[in-house]
Design a protein around this ligand. Structure first.
Ligand code: SAH
Ligand code: SF4
Ligand code: F3S
Length: 476
């Protein structure tokens, strides 16, 4: 793997000697691709940049600094980023040295040096592990030293961070583990995010307590590429972490993502029944329903093992809702193997799935396998999987009708000319509802309020409800 020791690990700027007067007010325009880890990293960067007097803008024209946080997991995200980066050369021409452009994240980790060479208007590139040094990079660029690419790994003895949020919502992502050691044969993530490293349990508990007590956080999403491996190197585990966090007063909902089925322990399954604050939703990517494909993917479990996990989870927590990821048309997938996935959908009864066609990633083991499948076959299988799942979903959603759900309102949107609020249930379903209750219009901003909503009608992809009760911004 390409690593460049640079000395740039944690931020080296000494803020006590830097006065904000040295930094005029500036604007950063930031575009994030990929998973929640990337969105979380972007939040961290914005928080860091505030200390250099940057505020965020959504208007590219007024930006002094443009940052991309990139994803390399599939072609689609990759391509979107490349075309947007290409287009920026016009803005750079117009603004000259008044515009700085940086590319961070997973594409920059493996291709940063090539990007710098290829795109003359790009100032710097940096991998995910150096993202906490964004201010050093920006500072260095303003000092006239640019065209650098940094893809070093943070090699400090333990993974220790404090969660930084600045969005003012009651929901927060909290990173508990970084990297991935699984090396699924199709996946680029272990090459872009490095080896697994966990934070210490006590540090996370203190971090979440602080977020709840001082920053108004009520819902926490524990993040990692493989959260089930949490704590292995420190003799700790995810179940114990969840049970500790479950004790925090004022925390209402605890979620975690993403899980690998291989590491779902009996203890964790039990915790789904006993932890009061743990969400009744679990995203458990299966990828395929065929044992032979799972083997070629190096997933380390079988279809029956996976279905057995779902059975145990549903026994432990009867209200649990499960979602998953499916890759269609993995290298040399046969018709029979594909049908095994359709059968799995029938048996698993997922609440929703994210489904993708297999996308070849260089460096991965799958990219070195002979592959006889065509794009057309892959796409046709994707469509079949999606259509099949939609039929299942339609039935599952129908069963929600008549039930009342406690939801945290996240915002509103216009639907067919009508303003509707939308909220997320504990089990991660979005419900839309009008601002009226028992025949009376509610002229109140319900954003970030807890409410009860009765589900009235559903389709495979949406759910409409009626407002029953408003509790305010806090439940207790
Ligand atoms: N760590 C998580 C998710 C990682 S990436 C996990 O293991 O579940 C998110 C999803 O992208 C994966 O679950 C997989 O379905 C999909 N994915 C990853 N690499 C892919 C590839 N090369 N082609 C198509 N889909 C891919
Ligand atoms: Fe990729 Fe597999 Fe790791 Fe998930 S577990 S990030 S799919 S290598
Ligand atoms: Fe993409 Fe990197 Fe996440 S490759 S899915 S942004 S870990």
């Amino acid at each position: 793997m390409d690593t460049t020791p640079t000395g740039l690990g944690k931020s080296e700027l000494d803020y006590s000697t830097i006065s904000l007067e040295n930094f005029p007010e500036r604007k950063v325009w930031l575009k994030t691709f990929g998973c929640q880890m990337n969105y979380h990293d972007s939040d961290r960067m914005v928080a860091h940049l505030k200390r250099l007097n940057f505020s965020q803008t959504s208007d590219l024209e007024e930006a002094d600094l443009v940052l991309f946080n990139t994803c390399a997991v599939r072609d689609l995200a990759n391509n979107k980023f490349y075309s947007q980066l290409g287009e920026l050369k016009h803005l750079k021409k117009k603004k000259g040295s008044d515009l700085i452009i940086g590319v961070g994240g997973c594409v920059a980790q493996t291709e940063g040096k090539d990007l710098i060479k290829k795109y003359k208007h790009l100032n710097f590139a940096f991998g995910p592990d150096t993202m906490d040094s964004i201010n050093d990079m920006v500072y260095r660029t303003y000092a006239g030293d640019d065209k650098f690419a940094i893809n070093s790994w943070d090699r400090s003895s333990d993974f220790s961070i404090e969660t930084k949020i600045n969005h003012g919502t009651p929901q927060a992502f909290v990173n508990i583990i970084k990297g991935c050691d699984k090396y699924c044969t199709y996946c680029i993530v272990p090459y872009t995010r490095g080896r697994e490293r966990s934070r210490k349990k006590d540090e996370i508990v203190q971090d979440v307590k602080r977020l709840v007590e001082y920053q108004g956080i009520q819902e926490v999403m524990l993040l990692g590429q493989n959260v089930n491996s949490f704590g292995k190197e420190n003799g700790e585990n995810l179940s114990e972490l969840i049970m500790d966090l479950d004790q925090i007063n004022g925390l209402e909902i605890l979620r975690y993502t993403t899980s690998h089925p291989y590491d779902v322990s009996d203890q964790l399954i039990e915790v789904h029944g006993s932890a009061k604050k743990l969400s009744k939703h679990l995203h458990l990517p299966v990828q395929s329903g065929s044992d032979t494909v799972l083997q070629r993917m190096n997933r380390e479990y079988t279809k029956e093992h996976y279905l057995g996990l779902l059975e145990k989870l549903r026994k432990s927590q009867p209200e649990i809702v499960i979602s998953s990821d499916i890759i269609c048309g993995f290298v040399n997938e046969t018709d029979e193997e594909h049908k095994e996935t359709i059968d799995l959908l029938d048996r698993a009864q997922f609440d929703f799935i994210y489904s993708y066609v297999y996308s070849e990633r260089s460096k991965t083991r799958a990219s070195k396998m002979d592959d006889f499948l065509t794009k057309e076959v892959r796409k046709a299988r994707l469509h079949e999987v999606q259509a099949h799942q939609l039929k299942i979903q339609e039935k599952i959603r129908k069963s929600m009708e008549g039930n009342t759900y406690r939801v945290l309102v996240e915002g509103s949107n216009e639907m067919k000319g009508e303003k509707k609020w939308k909220g997320r249930t504990n089990c991660n379903r979005i419900i839309h509802f009008k601002g009226e209750m028992k025949g009376h219009e509610i002229d109140r901003n319900l954003k970030w309020h807890w409410v009860d909503v009765k589900c009235i009608s559903t389709t495979a992809l949406s759910c409409q409800g009626e407002l029953q009760e408003i509790y305010g911004r806090r439940l207790q």
